[in-house]
Ligand binder design. Structure first.
Ligand code: 5GP
Ligand code: ZN
Length: 112
């Protein structure tokens, strides 16, 4: 499948990894929008948050279980924001579910 994040998951495209296990991968965003900007993806291909269902939601729950540890490994000590874009109006650009973890500085209060 021609999916950028599947290629990062399987090592075809390199990434700067923060955390990896059998189910998820966390890596630094190539174009950071905060001092610390990490992406967390399930290794299983899920297109977007619109595709979360009863069968795959355990992968999403698992990501959220791991987010505190991933944020800490990335050097975030004072809070963070988690964002996912889903679909055209959100400007989702990579069609493999991912959660942005933003931190390392005081973030703007509003996201638009
Ligand atoms: P989206 O806009 O879909 O919510 O987020 C996609 C994110 O992936 C963007 O923040 C973008 O900077 C990041 N990105 C795109 N291509 C690559 C890449 O090849 N490597 C890494 N590490 N991040 C990427
Ligand atoms: Zn994928």
């Amino acid at each position: 499948m021609d999916c950028l994040f599947c290629k990062i998951v399987n090592g075809q495209i390199p990434s700067n990894k923060v955390y990896e296990d059998e189910r998820i991968l966390a890596f630094y965003d190539i174009n950071p929008e905060a001092k610390i900007h990490v992406l967390v993806v399930p290794k299983a291909h899920i297109e977007s948050a619109s595709e979360i269902n009863q069968t795959n939601s355990n992968e999403v729950a698992y990501i959220f279980e791991k987010i505190p540890q991933i944020a800490s490994l990335a050097g975030i000590t004072n809070g963070f924001r988690v964002i996912t874009n889903s679909g055209l109006d959100s400007c989702q650009s990579v069609m493999h579910l991912h959660f942005h973890i933003l931190g390392g500085e005081k973030l703007p209060e509003h996201i638009r």
